[in-house]
Design a protein around this ligand. Structure first.
Ligand code: F6P
Length: 373
């Protein structure tokens, strides 16, 4: 079934990778070819590929069996914003310029009728700007952090929290043998979803998240209470972006040129040091799985979500619902305008764990400490 107007579509993956991107690429390619008879190309390295007109043809054999592979067969870049792009200044230096028109011309040259962008805040901001230039754009949200208000869930979150759960499970057995306190750092940027879900699923008795500031003293009391109760070991799930009650956070690196330059890393190590300095009878250690929770095979549930997001993106092209992002609301695949999604991001509106919400209350009911009391 096709509306006859669209003949060729392009897709690209931009920003950091996320479990499920390949599964979405596969779905879009198969649906576009089978259901709508479109030709499909994929720009490589995100928007840089669009600028350089560097693409591959996406055919069924190229996407065969990539439904569970992490990463992106189209590669990705989290730096190349064509509306503010670093180019040679003609004097041996570099200067930032708006080169979006090159991208638009390249699409025209290749006969691309619509562009699907698989990206987070930064990449979808460019998608919105291309849409404002008259390009037929559909966004497919990509964040394993689960922090996008417009959608109930995106592919990637379940995979990341499943791997995080495995880490917590494994740390529990060894923490128990040595009566240690083990802190496990989990990604998620400024939202605590991954640490909260992995911590709860893995039975971490203490969970630190950005939404609930903590003190070392409260964690110490929790560990001592466990000692007294006959559980002389504790596993702490630490969201990388969590903060001390005095506002202290730990930044691992600043990546200049990135739309979101702050990279958190090192909080679990600091919590371990600070706790060990005040607690008796326990060695306190930390691990930081970092990008491991982003790689490897993806969770079966995310494979299904990827099918739903990809099929909806193709339907939206057929129905010419351009300038929108595919979203999931309750049981329904639907869409939200790029303007609204980017407006939320611009005004710092993210989906956060509710500190007094049902899940945190449930966790507290079973004795989980968040370091706030
Ligand atoms: O947004 C996904 C995410 O993995 C965050 O959880 C993490 O803080 C960040 O990206 C890491 O980014 P990078 O791969 O650029 O270091």
């Amino acid at each position: 079934m096709t509306n006859g107007k669209i003949k060729k579509i392009a897709l690209l993956t931009a920003g950091g990778d996320c479990p499920g991107l390949n599964a979405v690429i596969r779905t879009i390619t198969k649906t576009a070819i089978h259901e709508y008879g479109y030709e499909v190309i994929g720009y490589v390295y995100g928007y840089r590929g669009l600028y350089q007109n560097n693409f591959i043809e996406l055919t069924e054999d190229k996407v065969e069996n990539i439904h569970k592979e992490g990463g992106s067969i189209l590669f990705s870049s989290n730096k190349d914003n064509l509306f503010d792009y670093l180019v040679d200044d003609g004097n041996g230096g570099k200067v930032k310029k708006d080169v979006s028109y090159v991208g638009v011309e390249n699409m025209k040259k290749e006969g691309v009728d619509a562009l699907i962008v698989l990206g987070g805040d930064g990449s979808l901001t460019s998608a919105r700007d291309f849409s404002r230039l008259g390009v037929n754009v559909i966004g497919v949200p990509k964040t394993m952090d689960n922090d996008l208000p417009a959608t109930d869930l995106t592919y990637g979150f379940i995979s990341a929290m499943s791997v995080g759960t495995d880490f917590i499970d494994r740390l529990s057995t060894t923490a128990k043998s040595h009566h240690r306190v083990l802190c496990c750092e989990l990604m998620g940027r400024d939202a605590g979803w991954i640490a909260l879900y992995a911590g709860l699923a893995g039975n971490a008795s203490c969970i630190l998240i950005p939404e609930i500031p903590f003190t070392i003293d409260n964690i110490k009391k929790h560990v001592e209470a466990r000692d007294k109760a006959g559980y002389p070991y504790t596993v702490i799930a630490v969201a990388e972006g969590a903060k001390y009650a005095d506002g202290t956070k730990v930044i691992g690196k600043i990546v200049e040129d990135s739309p979101d330059p702050i990279r958190y890393s090192g909080l679990a190590a600091k919590v371990a040091d600070d706790l060990e300095a005040v607690i008796e009878n326990h060695e306190v250690r930390s691990v930081n799985p970092g990008h491991i929770i982003r790689g490897g095979d993806i969770d079966p549930y995310d494979r299904i979500l990827a099918i739903r997001f990809g099929v909806k993106a193709c339907q939206m092209i057929d129905e010419q619902l351009f300038g929108n992002v595919v979203t999931l609301k309750g049981e329904n695949m639907t869409y939200t305008s790029l303007e609204e999604v980017i407006g939320d991001a611009k005004f710092g509106k993210q989906k956060h764990v509710e500190p007094d919400g049902e899940l945190v209350k449930a966790a507290k009911s079973i004795g989980v400490c968040f370091g706030d009391e």
